[in-house]
Design a protein around this ligand. Structure first.
Ligand code: OMP
Length: 274
């Protein structure tokens, strides 16, 4: 089953566009787990079990594991998600981008070591830095396009004078992902929920690719505006929320609180579909 097939199935089964982001910070853990980096797996597994029936995808951010020497716990968590939530695709948020020979190693890390269904990538180094990921049969890759942070416009909002029509850099990335770079049909784009007008523009230029849309919840992106701008019946959107879900409670009821927050976010996203 390809990444896109898995995504479509999860969307339908769970009636959801919500992706729960797994960004574990021991300092923010509740109760007895607080400050204990050896409990990263335990914390995340509880969130996964509580929300697996409510999501289109999970997105662990690799830095939150690597920063605490917790790569083994990430491997364990990936295995846990495959076993306990086999219908939910996992996007490894690694934002890699390097020359082809190094990219080959990063692709092995994401798809073989961790067994991810998809990965996030920076397109800044060009097509040969993306191509090694596309060789992995059925695996997905999301290119950063118009990111959710204010500094995203520093480069992504610049016009490319050498290209006809002088598009913004993010518009050019959207066209590449929809067309010539999408060799395996599994490419997607990252567009921040904090910029709904740009989501709409990206959807015009890339009408069928999946959009990974972080920025609702803690970053203040508007869920309704996001869905209106990006959702199409035949083109998936994956709306990520991390902190607002996983830290919904700082008490021992954190998993129940995460489930409640995930349910209300999922329902708000569903209700926003035109
Ligand atoms: O690629 C991403 O996931 C990403 C792209 C982007 O433009 N903005 C963005 O916030 N992210 C990630 O999405 C998550 C957002 O987390 P919250 O702001 O807590 O919901 C973090 O893991 C970010 O690294």
């Amino acid at each position: 089953m390809t990444f896109l097939d898995k995504l479509a199935t999860a969307q339908q089964t769970n009636g959801s566009l919500l992706c729960v982001g797994l960004d574990p910070e021991p300092a923010k853990f509740p109760g007895q787990l607080k400050g204990d980096a050896s409990r990263i797996y335990d914390f995340c597994a509880r969130i996964v079990d509580a929300t697996a029936g409510l999501v289109i995808a999970f997105k662990p951010q690799i830095a939150y594991f690597a920063a605490h020497r917790a790569e083994a716990q990430l491997e364990q968590l990936m295995e846990h998600m495959r076993r306990n939530a086999p219908g939910v695709p996992v996007i490894l948020d690694a934002k890699r981008g390097d020359i082809g020979s190094t990219a080959e190693q990063y692709a092995i890390e994401a798809f073989e070591r961790y067994g991810a269904d998809a990965v996030t990538l920076s397109p800044f180094m060009g097509f040969d830095s993306v191509a090694p990921y596309l060789k992995h049969q059925g695996k997905g890759a999301f290119l950063l396009c118009r990111t959710s942070n204010p500094g995203g416009s520093d480069l992504q909002g610049q016009r490319l004078a050498g290209i006809e029509g002088q598009p913004f850099l993010y518009e050019h990335v959207a066209r590449l992902a929809q067309g010539p770079w999408n060799l395996n049909g599994q490419l997607g784009l990252v567009v921040g929920a904090t910029y709904p007008a740009e989501i709409e523009r990206v959807r015009e230029l890339a009408p069928t690719v999946p959009l990974l849309i972080p920025g609702v919840g803690a970053q203040g992106g508007d869920a309704v505006a996001t869905v209106r701008a990006g959702w199409r019946p035949d083109a998936p959107i994956i709306v990520n929320s991390s902190r607002a879900i996983i830290y919904a409670s700082s008490g021992d009821d954190f998993a129940e609180a995460a489930q409640k927050a995930a349910r209300s976010t999922r329902d708000a996203l569903e209700a926003a579909k035109p």
